[in-house]
Design a protein. Sequence first.
Length: 80
Amino acid sequence: VGYWELADMVVLLTTFLQSFAVMYCVHWGWHRYDLSIDAVIKYFACGFVLCTCMAFTVEALEYLTFQSVVIGLVWWLEVR
C-alpha cells in the first residue's frame, strides 16, 4: 500500500495492452476462423509460463556468472 508509482502503473497497463494486441493480431485480425479464442488464450498462457521460467533461469545464471567473475578478479588482484 502506497508503494505504487505512476511508472509502475504505466508498465502494468502496457503489459496488458501488449497481450491484447498480440491476441488481436493472431485471432481477430486475420485468422478469426482458423483458431478459437480459447486456444489462443491457452497458447498465450503457456508461452507466458515457459518464457517466465526461462527468463528467471537466464537471469540467475547471468547473476551467478557475473558474481563469480567479480569474486575471481578480487581474489586474483588481491583487493582488500
